[in-house]
Design a protein around this ligand. Structure first.
Ligand SMILES: C[S@@+](CC[C@H](N)C(=O)[O-])C[C@H]1O[C@@H](n2cnc3c(N)ncnc32)[C@H](O)[C@@H]1O
Length: 235
C-alpha cells in the first residue's frame, strides 16, 4: 500500500498543476464521473457531507454548486492542495489526515472520497475511520480508477504505464508521480475484494457502478450500525 510520506510530498509538488493535468489526462471524463456522483447524492439528500482527500476541491465544489443547501466540508492532509481548493471557492476546509479525522462520531450523513482512498496507507483503517464519522445508516461513496476487463485491458495497461507517465511528465514535470498512479491503480482492490473490504470494515449493501468500460468505478455502501470490533460477552 502507498507510503503516506511519499503521497504527501507528491501532491504537494504537483498541487499547482493538478487540476489541469487531471482534466487533460482523463480526457475530461473525470467531469462526467463527478456528475454520476451528484446523481447518487441527490437520492440521499444529506444535510452534512464530508469530502475526504478533497485535494483542490473538484468534487466538493461541484456538490456545493449543485446542492447549495448541503453543508459541505473538505479535508485533506496536503495544505498546498487545500490552498487551491480555498482559492477556487471551497469555504469549509480542514487540513487533516484521513486516518484521524477531527470530527465526533456520527457527524456526517454522507462521506465521499474521490481518487483518495487508493492513495492511503491502510485502506481498512481509513474505511473504519470513515465509518466512525458517518451517522448510522449514512452513505459512503468512493470514486476511483479501476482496470477494464477483456480485450481492452492490455491496451489500457500500455496507456497507463507507458503513455500516461510521459504525457503527465510533460504537464507536471513529475513523470514519477504518474508511474506511481499506474501502480496504485493495479493494487487497488476491485469489485469482490472491495465488497469484502467494505463488509469487514462495517458497511452493508455495497454496490458498484462501472464507468467508461471499467476505467473508473463508483462504490457505495451504508454505514452499518453493527460494530466490527469484537464485542465483550458478559455472563
Ligand atoms: C488524486 S488526489 C484527489 C483529489 C480530489 N478528491 C479530486 O477528485 O480531484 C488525492 C488526494 O488525496 C490526498 N490524500 C492522500 N492520502 C491522504 C490521507 N491519508 N489523508 C488525507 N488526504 C490524503 C492527497 O493529498 C490528494 O490531495
Amino acid at each position: 500500500m502507498p507510503d503516506s510520506g511519499y503521497v504527501h510530498s507528491l501532491f504537494s509538488s504537483i498541487a499547482e498543476r493538478y487540476v489541469l493535468a487531471n482534466h487533460v489526462l482523463s480526457l475530461g471524463m473525470d467531469i462526467l464521473w463527478r456528475l454520476r456522483v451528484l446523481e447518487c447524492i441527490s437520492e440521499w439528500k444529506p444535510v452534512h457531507l464530508l469530502d475526504v482527500a478533497t485535494g483542490t476541491g473538484d468534487l466538493a465544489l461541484s456538490i456545493k454548486r449543485e446542492f447549495p443547501e448541503i453543508d459541505v466540508v473538505g479535508t485533506d492532509f496536503c495544505e498546498s492542495m487545500l490552498q487551491i481548493a480555498r482559492r477556487r471557492g471551497l469555504e469549509q476546509t480542514i487540513c487533516a489526515d484521513a486516518m484521524q479525522l477531527p470530527f465526533k462520531d456520527g457527524s456526517f450523513d454522507v462521506l465521499t472520497v474521490a481518487f483518495g482512498l487508493r492513495n492511503m496507507e491502510n485502506y481498512a483503517a481509513a474505511l473504519r475511520e470513515f465509518r466512525r464519522v458517518l451517522s448510522p445508516g449514512g452513505h459512503l461513496l468512493i470514486l476511483d480508477f479501476s482496470m477494464p476487463q477483456g480485450i481492452v485491458l492490455e491496451a489500457y495497461r500500455l496507456y497507463l504505464h507507458r503513455i500516461l507517465p510521459l504525457m503527465a511528465g510533460w504537464l507536471t514535470s513529475r513523470k514519477g508521480a504518474y508511474a506511481y498512479l499506474g501502480r496504485s491503480i493495479e493494487q487497488f482492490p476491485r469489485e469482490g475484494k472491495m465488497f469484502q473490504l467494505l463488509r469487514s470494515t462495517g458497511y452493508s449493501n455495497p454496490i458498484s457502478l462501472s464507468l467508461c468500460g471499467g476505467i473508473a468505478v463508483i462504490y457505495t455502501a451504508e454505514q452499518s450500525c453493527k460494530s466490527t470490533r469484537p464485542s465483550l460477552r458478559v455472563g
